[in-house]
Design a protein around this ligand. Sequence first.
Ligand code: NAG
Ligand code: NAG
Length: 266
Amino acid sequence: MRQTVAFVLLLLASVATPSTASTTTTTIWATPHESYSSSIGALGCKLNTNRVAYFPLAPSCSSLCIRLTHASSGRSLALLRIDQSDGAHDVSYDAWNYLVTGASATDAPTTGGAVAMDYEEVDMDECAELIHADGGKLALSASNSMNFLFSCLEGYPDGWLAQNYALYNVLDPICSWGRDELCNIDWGGGANQPTCPSTLGVPAQMGADDTVFNVQYGTGRLVNASDGQVVEDGVGNGSSGRARGAGLGLLGPLLALALGIHLQIT
Ligand SMILES: *[C@@H]1O[C@H](CO)[C@@H](O)[C@H](O)[C@H]1NC(C)=O
Ligand SMILES: *[C@@H]1O[C@H](CO)[C@@H](O)[C@H](O)[C@H]1NC(C)=O
């Protein structure tokens, strides 16, 4: 009902003012971003990590979708705004590559710096296909997204996020640790902690099905985000060169250490 009313109003607005857009378009200088991350704990194994915007403004409870348009070609993409940058307007490398050249970075990687793009906030519907958790919900970490989720449940109970989140027993946004299982929080019943089939925050190694791949800057190779290894046959294996790259073998243990510390203090 509310959606219908909003739609009619939007329709009236666009009829009344045919030449002026109702949304604000801002020009930014977009730079490529190689490694997936999410300040709100959105799980990379359940969304398209090649379509993420890393912008200065903190992700909000109601608007997590933007449309970015390459100023000179007019090519555009919808992107999820689920991380916050220190000031740069970063975009997933693959999205940046596509906007700038028209090709995926896995097929024809290019390099470069800041490129002028126009961005506007758009309806979450435009980002629907970027979200892969069941029911079109945004998957969040049951152990590490609770501050953000609580702020949305409390402050914006009718907002998109409060109505469309799913909690998983996964510890980190790149899905290295935890279990791929749904958790619940009885928010209405006063619970302040989710319940999961296994222990909340169990640091089990996640399966290969949940691996998050980053697209390596300049080469377009797919890199396992958990251990830094270049994968030989990943999704879209169109990149040249399949050598196993210099692995970040320390990353796993370091992460485990960091998570161990985290588990102790929570
Ligand atoms: C990615 O790395 C992790 C940690 O080494 C491993 O458990 C996982 O199976 C790897 N994924 C793939 C697809 O090789
Ligand atoms: C991907 O790998 C498969 C199997 O090795 C191969 O048949 C296919 O041509 C490759 N695709 C590209 C785009 O290189």
